[in-house]
Design a protein around this ligand. Structure first.
Ligand SMILES: Nc1ncnc2c1ncn2[C@@H]1O[C@H](COP(=O)(O)OP(=O)(O)OP(=O)(O)O)[C@@H](O)[C@H]1O
Length: 256
């Protein structure tokens, strides 16, 4: 396996508060890497930096060997580095299927020139996008609600739809930030199964922040533990669970 994401010596402070302090991680291509850590450890801040949503103070981020430090999110999107976001407000009045059809970059139909002069080509591309969206919605198990407004979907169904949107964009690496939160166990099972399938069948690499340890245990290897802005350890879930330092970081110093 080769390294697909490499974060080297990243520092980030908000005002006087140091949040990431000499933080370095590597994510191997084809892995489902977990990231855990106590509240306020800096996990989401690190995600925001990798995904181009937040500038860092110093350090470097590489994606597939290319320096992407402080590269904007839309450029990273085109390169296949994506994070899932909650369905934006303006998309909640579109159907689940339409939400998928909105994703592909550089749709010919969005360009007036093409709309006027290349009707056939535009129509062909719209058909292709629709076909792809139908396949994706089938893959994520939401065919039965494809014509529902996205805003009316349940929390878990919205998470599945977010995952589906990454499939429309042909992701290579997907950053998942606490997708289990508020999702019922049945849909969580679907979500986990879909992540595993995307990893196995489509070669997606995942970096997953999660507080749900069952989900981490089922999905992730390796697991990175972040504490106070730097990596405390990395290992299998068993190694992490049995590490006294990790136990102390989560539950405080053991009482004598
Ligand atoms: N935009 C911001 N401005 C100021 N402080 C911030 C900002 N974003 C995060 N912080 C602070 O940075 C620290 C790390 O926050 P972060 O959200 O990265 O932690 P986390 O590990 O994701 O926590 P949790 O598990 O609770 O989501 C916290 O103390 C937080 O208050």
């Amino acid at each position: 396996m080769s390294t697909i994401i490499e974060v080297s010596h990243v520092y980030k402070a908000f005002g006087g508060l140091s949040v990431l302090d000499d933080c370095s991680i590597k994510v191997e291509e084809g892995s489902i890497t977990g990231m855990i850590g106590p509240n306020g450890a800096g996990k989401t801040t690190l995600f925001n930096i990798i995904a181009g949503n937040l500038p860092l103070d110093s350090g470097r981020v590489r994606f597939n060997g290319e320096d992407i430090t402080n590269m904007p999110a839309n450029e990273l999107f085109h390169k296949g580095l994506l994070r899932t976001f909650q369905i934006a407000h303006e998309f909640s009045n579109m159907t689940a299927l339409e939400n998928l059809m909105m994703v592909p970059p550089r749709q010919l139909g969005e360009n007036l020139f093409h709309t006027w002069f290349k009707h056939t080509e535009v129509r062909q591309q719209e058909n292709d996008v629709r076909q792809r969206a139908l396949e994706v919605i089938d893959f994520i198990g939401l065919s039965h609600v494809r014509n529902e407004l996205a805003g009316n979907l349940s929390g878990g169904q919205k998470k599945l739809l977010e995952l589906g949107r990454t499939m429309m964009a042909d992701a290579r690496v997907v950053l998942l930030d606490e997708i289990a939160a508020g999702v019922n166990r049945t849909l969580l099972g679907d979500l986990v199964a879909n992540i595993e399938r995307l990893n196995r069948e489509r070669g997606y690499t995942f970096l997953v922040i999660e507080h749900d340890m069952d989900m981490i245990a089922r999905l992730c290897d390796p697991v990175i533990v972040l504490a106070q802005g730097h990596v405390m350890m990395e290992g299998t879930i068993e190694e992490v669970r049995n590490n006294p330092q990790v136990i102390e970081a989560y539950f405080g110093a053991p009482t004598e």
